[in-house]
Design a protein around this ligand. Structure first.
Ligand SMILES: NC(=O)c1ccc[n+]([C@@H]2O[C@H](COP(=O)([O-])OP(=O)(O)OC[C@H]3O[C@@H](n4cnc5c(N)ncnc54)[C@H](OP(=O)(O)O)[C@@H]3O)[C@@H](O)[C@H]2O)c1
Length: 294
């Protein structure tokens, strides 16, 4: 992007820890006006440490992405304080390991509330400002949004759902001046996975306990990098991919963050960057052509 960071703020959700904290500080270090939206002002240790170390300046604000009624006032407040909005980066998310038979639907609803409905409502609240600024939507998805991961059914389903919703919207958004991208990391060394309550999960695993233990042992033996998976990244590495995406004049829809990920995604997708699908569905929005389906 020529001429330095654009005017207007960048909201980064889930900024109290992990990828969100790294992204907020990395963007602030590049001169963006960052609103670090943390789930709770009581849980900002990850962000505080990075801010202290880097000297980056961020505005910290509390935001629960599932608090739908609060979202329009939140985005309007950011715009009022910063004079505009350039981008929303949603890193807020929950994950977990479960077995299909044991996981109850209440947990599916919780996962979808945070990983799908919250970000969708937040992006909707931000769109009037993003259309005005020619801004960006970036969702932190996952390779689990393209490949279903064993024992992560609700998580994979939620990432598929978010990616599908945004893939549908991306060509429409682009014609309103807003670029939509989904960042797709493989495994990341954050607290998210380490928080799993293994005793509860193994206890509820029933007939799948042996398989689950084998899966966990395989992953542990290879430090999370199972065959075919990209190497485990740090949150800072994922944040750098987000910084590059935001700086790009022509951001792709789908953005794998780790080397080797493209190959894995290509085994499932013929259109890794999303360009082909965007071209096809985008043409449906442009002036009519006489072309018919093959
Ligand atoms: N870790 C991985 O291997 C991995 C791989 C691929 C993609 N991802 C994705 O990367 C993103 C960041 O995850 P991470 O690995 O950095 O884990 P993380 O450190 O746990 O970050 C997730 C953040 O989301 C926040 N959050 C949870 N519920 C929220 C809510 N309702 N409203 C607002 N914020 C909420 C959490 O805050 P609290 O902790 O205070 O609740 C936490 O700060 C997620 O979308 C995740 O799905 C992770």
């Amino acid at each position: 992007m020529s001429g330095g960071p654009p005017a207007g703020a960048v909201i980064v959700t889930g900024a109290g820890s992990g990828v969100g904290a790294s992204t907020a500080t990395a963007l602030a270090g590049r001169g963006y006006r960052v609103v670090a939206a943390v789930h709770s002002l009581d849980r900002t240790a990850g962000l505080d440490e990075l801010v202290a170390r880097s000297g980056a300046e961020v505005e910290v604000a509390e935001l629960d992405v599932t608090d739908e009624p609060a979202l329009p006032a939140f985005t309007a407040g950011v715009v009022a304080r910063h004079g505009g909005l350039h981008a929303v980066v949603n890193s807020a998310g929950v994950t977990g390991v479960e077995t299909f038979e044991d996981e109850d639907l209440a947990n599916y609803r919780r996962v979808f509330d945070v990983n799908v409905f919250g970000p969708v409502a937040l992006f909707k609240s931000a769109l009037p400002y993003l259309r005005a600024s020619g801004g960006r939507i970036i969702a932190v998805g996952s390779i689990a949004g393209v490949l279903g991961l064993p024992f992560q059914e609700s998580y994979s389903g939620s990432k598929f759902a978010l990616e599908g919703i945004l893939e549908a919207f991306a060509p429409v958004a682009r014609r309103s001046g807003v670029a939509v991208s989904v960042v797709e990391p493989g495994p990341i060394s954050t607290e998210a996975v380490r928080r799993t309550d293994w005793i509860r999960v193994f206890k509820g695993a029933g007939p799948y306990e042996g398989l689950l233990r084998q899966y966990v042992d395989n992953a542990a033996a290879l430090r999370g990098t199972l065959p075919g998976l990209p190497p485990t990244q740090t949150p800072a590495e994922v944040a750098e991919a987000i910084v590059d995406l935001l700086a790009s004049d022509d951001p792709p829809f789908r953005c794998p963050t780790a080397p080797g990920t493209r190959l894995l995604l290509a085994r499932k997708l013929a259109d890794v960057s999303g360009e082909t699908v965007g071209e096809v569905t985008g043409r449906w929005l442009d002036a009519a052509t006489s072309e018919t389906a093959e």
